[in-house]
Design a protein. Structure first.
Length: 207
């Protein structure tokens, strides 16, 4: 749809912004904008304010780097979680996927990505140094490497293994119930739960 076809520049601006969202084409963006235009004004204002508030006020846990409303997230601050068991994941979406299984009672460490030279992401761009510091300063007994089973995920696993192998901890990984090439957020809850329960020792020679 060309710019001249929009009856309002304000509508076009809204469509332009909505179309920047992942998976949203211009036709969908227009449909969403027209829906918001017809919706109750207070509902639309509340919608907009919630997005702005999220962007301005959300923070990251100082311990595990997960998205949080406070300096320490609810998982890290819970007395019911096993602080000696740390699950290393790529993103908050992976934390949400694992939490949905209700099979994991430990804590997390969010890397903020995985090593990907093609995308210009190296070890220094990830929260790996803080993982080493957690292990050095706290009583962690096991680290579960729960990254996606892709080449980049395996490369990151091996890098972390080299950094942690001299520490007196157990290193494990998800069982291969999560298929090669899969990302955790797309695994069903039963499969992911079983992969956590049936996790195996990390064997670098098999990577």
């Amino acid at each position: 749809m060309g710019e001249e076809n929009y009856p309002s520049k304000l509508l076009k601006d809204a469509v332009d912004e909505l179309a920047k969202l992942p998976g949203i084409g211009r036709k969908t963006a227009l449909r969403l904008a027209l829906h918001l235009l017809k919706d109750d004004e207070n509902s639309v204002i509340s919608f907009g304010q919630s997005i702005i508030k999220m962007r301005k006020e959300i923070t990251y846990c100082k311990v595990c780097h997960n998205i949080s409303d406070e300096e320490i997230c609810t998982v890290c601050s819970s007395h019911k979680r096993d602080k000696s068991l740390v699950c290393v994941v790529e993103s908050t979406r992976d934390v949400m996927a694992i939490e949905s299984t209700q099979q994991y009672k430990g804590v997390y460490h969010v890397l903020g990505g995985i090593i990907s030279p093609m995308d210009g992401i190296g070890p220094s761009d990830l929260n790996i140094k803080s993982l080493e510091e957690r292990i050095s300063n706290t009583d962690i007994k096991e680290v579960i490497l729960a990254l996606s089973t892709t080449m980049e995920g395996d490369t990151t696993n091996f890098y972390i293994y080299k950094k942690l192998r001299n520490h007196n901890i157990k290193l494990s990984t998800l069982s291969r119930g999560v298929a090669i090439g899969d990302e955790l957020e797309y695994a069903d809850e039963v499969t992911l739960g079983r992969s956590l329960i049936n996790r195996t020792n990390f064997e670098p020679d098999n990577q």
